[in-house]
Design a protein around this ligand. Structure first.
Ligand code: ADP
Length: 400
């Protein structure tokens, strides 16, 4: 092929070398005759036709510029615009192998001749990779959808068995209370009516029965409260935090007086979206804990304050000067029956914080704490702030 380059100038030779070595197909066509006048080795190799087979033929004989209406208008478009481009043109090689090319042609005036230079890039591998990628993406999407429906199905199953379990706990706790009351009542009667007939050890035994029955009654009452929280329908209404805090403090009044606690409530008090009874239950549990978990002989100091803006989440803090909690227990203590102390050190059932967690979750909120041993605890709950202007309870959103 280089034979044709014998009489070329140095710069012509340079471009000729480029033409011969280009890693894309190049085709030169005379616009007037529409015949191929030159072809580079890449295109010869790529489409499998010899150079001689190309020369003097029209491009659509090789599938380039298709031999149809589009092919004919292609030349007109080329003449009108000076260039033509197909991003993705399907071709067949001489041996019938399907290939895809990107085809760009430009029109040049050479003296009185109009020349079309076509550049043909093999994009078969890229297209195959793209379609493989698309197929993989489709498979992945199908897989993800399948997985999502499986998770949805399993979650629904879990929810159902959870609900059944909670209903079961509720009915057990409820049914156990009646015989327990009978035991407690008769133990009390025994001490009251027959104390004189009993030896001191007998009285002690009857008292133990009575105390154990009381502890169990508290436990069952807390279990009932906890399982009831999951069962009941909850309606969220705007609740002024000040009223909610005052109502909870009234419920803890006896304990506040007994422990000689100091309770500071610091305004401002935003309005939150909550279920009033559940919010009171949550606050009573948090305040009671703040009053309870102090070192022996130390009067509790409790600080209650809120932060946050209406229409965003409002965070209510209940801070104490108590014994504090090591960070590794911060998550665990919100689970049912998780206690860090024996009933002898601090009485309790280990259900209070589980009620707090479940209660705020049901009100679409969150709960947490900041605490370390000896530095007191700062428990918080977060609830949605009520939209401005909704300061009084009204019909709200029911949560199943
Ligand atoms: P209970 O109060 O009946 O023990 P809770 O579920 O309310 O059960 O609390 C779980 C545990 O978390 C408690 O036993 C205690 O160890 C710890 N805890 C809760 N509140 C406080 C607090 N304010 N200060 C220190 N420890 C606390």
């Amino acid at each position: 092929m280089f034979a044709a380059a014998v009489n070329l100038s140095a710069s012509e030779l340079r471009y000729r070398r480029l033409f011969e070595a280009a890693p894309d197909g190049i085709l030169i066509v005379d616009l007037e005759t529409r015949q191929i006048v030159d072809v580079n080795p890449f295109l010869v190799e790529f489409l499998g036709y010899s150079r001689e087979e190309f020369l003097g033929k029209e491009p659509w004989e090789f599938g380039l510029f298709p031999d149809d209406e589009i092919g004919r208008t292609a030349f007109e478009e080329l003449q009108a615009n000076g260039f033509l481009r197909y991003d993705d043109l399907p071709l067949r090689t001489k041996h019938g192998r399907p290939v895809d090319v990107e085809f760009v042609s430009n029109l040049y005036q050479e003296g009185d001749q109009q020349i079309v230079q076509c550049s043909i890039r093999d994009i078969t591998a890229r297209k195959a990779a793209e379609s493989a990628l698309r197929a993989t993406e489709l498979k992945l999407a199908a897989h993800a959808a399948e997985l999502e429906s499986l998770v949805g199905h399993r979650t629904a199953e879990l929810r159902l068995s959870n609900t059944q379990l909670e209903a079961f706990v509720y009915s057990i706790a409820h049914d156990l209370r009646a015989p327990l009351r009978t035991m407690q009542g008769f133990a009390e009667l025994l001490v009251r009516e027959y104390a004189a007939n009993l030896p001191p050890q007998g009285r002690d035994f009857a008292n133990f029965i009575n105390q154990a029955a009381q502890t169990m009654d508290h436990l069952l009452a807390d279990l009932l409260a906890f399982s009831q929280l999951s069962q009941q329908k909850i309606e969220l209404v705007p609740v002024p935090l000040e009223a909610a805090v005052q109502s909870a403090l009234a419920g803890c009044e006896e304990e506040i007086l007994r422990t000689r606690a100091r309770v500071d409530c610091l305004p401002p008090w935003p309005v939150v979206l909550a279920h009033p009874t559940t919010l009171r239950q949550v606050l009573v549990n948090l305040i009671n804990n703040a009053l309870k978990f102090v070192p022996a002989g130390v009067p509790p100091q409790v600080r209650i304050r809120a932060e946050g803006r209406p229409e965003e989440f409002v965070r209510l803090w209940i801070e104490d000067n108590g014994i504090g909690i090591s960070p590794e227990f911060h998550e665990r203590i919100f689970q049912v029956f998780q206690r860090l102390h024996t009933p002898r050190e601090y009485p309790g059932t280990g259900i209070g914080l589980a009620i707090v967690q479940k209660g705020v979750e049901r009100m679409r909120g969150r709960a947490g704490l900041e605490s370390s041993p000896g530095a007191g605890s700062r428990f918080w709950i977060e609830l949605a702030g009520a939209p401005a202007g909704l300061n009084s309870p009204r019909k709200g959103k029911e949560i199943p």
